[in-house]
Design a protein around this ligand. Structure first.
Ligand code: PLP
Length: 361
């Protein structure tokens, strides 16, 4: 068996020990005589799995008790509608910062349900920075304020949160959840598709302050109502059972093998540091993002030549470094170095880039 170094932006690499454990438990989960794929979501044994997944997430992220944790489906993309349907319920207005494609989609979708006011944007420079935010430009009567915390495609991230006062801060944390500690109490709602840093595709995690739910718009489909899912322990309908199990295994890995989010952050800073340090001194490759806003998770870079970029993507894949092609809308390369990418993977990538530079410089 040969495993590659997988730099995919999502679905993405999972910890090897997690995959091994899932393989070991495939035919018979802990003496139940069944695979987790096969069992009823209403069974005692499955209740244990979803219960552990939630309590581990609460413990690792330090989620306060007045927040609900919901295990949903439909991807982060469904949250672009679900958030406004549930939260745009007083003044039918929300503020948005446009830092890339996902933030844009969130704003456009919200505009179908209310006033989706754009506070700032970095579109003028192809989203290569996080705009400075002036709280005096924020809508005082907004029902919420939305940001995309880590911009997966462009490789930027917020290092300080907007000061929104009493207006609940809502963040798409799909590509940075569990990458470092985060103060959940500063947010009204957090959401993430699981396929970047938590599990395989199929699961969306929502962490929402209790007082914000229960006032969804009348038009809200039952399946889009947070209250319904909160009241039913994420089991109003069949949840994505196997993906939640995989999420539980990833959380156990984070707690027991990594040692929590402070440790994870140190490892992620080390990995990103290796790559950015190389890019900063390279005569061929360079990063595309303003230094202070660089993502720890997604690192876009270019050679400046489309031909050399294509050659690099091809040769790196042949050498076992896969999915390094940049997003189809931006070109170049992007290395996604999520939690499960080992330090060694980044070191070897940088060695490969260095050789490529010598041969093509
Ligand atoms: C991947 C991603 C999405 C889209 O997630 P889906 O689960 O495919 O809907 C949204 N926001 C961010 C920040 C992402 O990285």
């Amino acid at each position: 068996m040969k495993r590659v170094y997988n730099f995919s932006a999502g679905p993405s690499v999972l910890p090897e020990s997690v995959l091994r454990r899932a393989a070991d438990e495939m035919m018979d989960y802990q003496g139940s005589g069944q695979s987790v794929m096969e069992m009823s979501h209403r069974s005692k044994v499955y209740e244990g799995i979803i219960g552990s997944a939630e309590s581990l997430l609460r413990e690792i992220m330090g989620i306060p008790s007045n927040y609900k944790v919901l295990f949903l489906q439909g991807g982060a993309s469904s949250q672009f509608a679900m958030v406004p349907m549930n939260l745009m319920n007083k003044n039918h207005k929300a503020d948005f910062v446009i830092t890339g494609q996902w933030a844009t989609k969130a704003q456009k979708e919200a505009a179908r349900y209310g006033e989706a006011h754009i506070v700032a944007s970095s579109k003028d420079k192809t989203f290569t920075y996080i705009p400075d935010l002036d709280p005096s430009t924020f809508s005082k009567d907004a029902d919420y304020f939305h940001i995309c915390m880590n911009n997966t495609i462009y490789g930027t991230r917020y290092t300080k949160l907007p000061e929104t006062g009493d207006v609940p801060l809502v963040a798409d944390i799909s590509s940075c959840i569990l990458s470092e500690p985060i103060d959940v109490s500063k947010f009204g709602l957090l959401y993430a598709g699981a396929q970047k840093n938590m599990a395989p595709a199929g699961l969306t995690v929502v962490i929402v302050r209790e007082d914000l739910i229960g006032n969804a718009m009348d038009i809200t489909p039952t399946m889009f109502n947070y209250q319904i899912h909160a009241d039913n322990g994420s089991m109003y309908n069949t949840p994505p059972c196997y993906t939640i199990y995989m999420c539980m295994l990833v959380l156990e890995w984070l707690k027991n093998e990594i040692g929590g989010l402070e440790k994870m952050k140190a490892i992620n800073e080390k990995k990103a540091g290796i790559l950015y340090d190389f890019l900063d001194q390279s005569s061929l490759f360079h990063g595309t993002v303003v230094k202070k806003d660089r993502s720890l998770m997604n690192v876009p870079f270019v050679t400046g030549s489309d031909e050399l970029d294509a050659k690099f993507v091809k040769e790196s894949a042949a050498a076992g470094f896969v999915n390094l092609k940049g997003h189809r809308t931006v070109g170049g390369m992007r290395a996604s170095i999520y939690n499960a990418m080992p330090v060694e993977g980044v070191e070897k990538l940088v060695a490969f880039m260095s050789d490529f530079e010598k041969n093509n410089g």
